[in-house]
Design a protein around this ligand. Structure first.
Ligand code: SF4
Length: 288
């Protein structure tokens, strides 16, 4: 049985930068309370690693970011790689908290393109995932931004403006985006489009399409990670017989390896290299 790693896979520059910033914040402020508003990047292993440094992740699906922020009255707050709304940032400042913004540059670039289009009088269709922090930060900018999560949302959309702009969350699947753009162009022939899938996401998705004779693809990552889930979707769409999302090597079920000749392992942009290497080492061990 052959076991191969998909290249590229795993950490992207935005994730590396966010983790570096969080660790540096601890080094520079050894005595202070430090919190992350949400998961710094969507991987629970990373949150646990930060917790060991005394950096507390505030994450509760029943509470909004604003409610979580209400519970903090001192120390430093780190905003995650997915971006943050101006309202929350200003609230943290008003509370006298110091903050570190770990927003990825690619997320900030999309936000700034959207702001320019709003200034030019456009309504913005934003293709993203509901309740994802990146999408939430974007739609908080203006009520002229319309979140569309699928074709049905697009069909239901009513916009009273001739100037319409479409863009997307950075971690969407490029096939889904292509289909959505085609439908949007039919509905709004004069629509202006800017694809904003980041390089890290698109290169990881493209690498899956190029795989040869893949019988089984393991995608290592957290179920909360959008780009990880999109790798699973792309794997399935590209015709790979079996595509399995696992959080770490302990999730591997040996029954899944029966009648398999070639296994590939890929990982979301927020999956630590250690977890990917453990999966590959474990597979090599149990398949000799
Ligand atoms: S997946 Fe893309 S947008 Fe998200 S942190 Fe990485 S580089 Fe930035």
């Amino acid at each position: 049985m052959e076991i191969r790693k998909v290249i590229p896979s795993g950490y992207c520059k935005g994730v590396v930068n966010a983790i570096r910033l969080a660790k540096q914040t601890r080094i520079d402020n050894p005595e202070d309370k430090i919190y992350v508003l949400g998961m710094l990047v969507h991987n629970s292993y990373v949150s646990e690693e930060l917790s060991a440094l005394g950096i507390i992740t505030l994450d509760d699906s029943r509470k909004s970011k604003e409610e979580l922020l209400d519970e903090i009255n001192e120390g430093i707050i780190i905003f995650t790689a997915h971006g943050i709304s101006e309202k929350i940032k200003n609230k943290a400042i008003a509370k006298g908290l110091r903050y570190v913004d770990a927003s990825c540059v690619d997320v900030l670039k999309t936000q700034s393109i959207i702001k320019e289009k709003l200034q030019d009088g456009y309504d913005v269709i934003y293709f993203g995932k509901r309740k994802h922090p990146e999408a939430e930060a974007v739609i908080s900018i203006s009520d002229k931004i319309h979140l569309v999560t699928d074709q049905n949302d697009l069909e239901d959309l009513v916009i009273d403006n001739d100037k319409i702009f479409l863009t997307n969350q950075t971690t969407m699947s490029y096939l889904e985006l292509k289909d959505l753009i085609a439908s949007a162009q039919q509905k709004y022939p004069d629509i202006i489009i800017q694809k904003e899938i980041c390089n890290a996401t698109s290169s990881r998705q493209e690498a899956i399409y190029k795989l040869q004779d893949c019988d089984l693809l393991f995608v290592v990552g957290d179920i909360k990670s959008n780009n990880t889930n999109k790798l699973v979707e792309v794997g399935k769409q590209s015709g790979i017989k079996k595509v399995l999302l696992i959080q770490n090597y302990k999730d591997i079920n040996e029954d899944d390896l029966k009648d398999v000749n070639r296994i590939y392992v890929t990982a979301g942009a927020s999956t630590p290299p250690l977890l990917i290497n453990e999966v590959i080492d474990h597979l090599k061990r149990i398949t000799v």
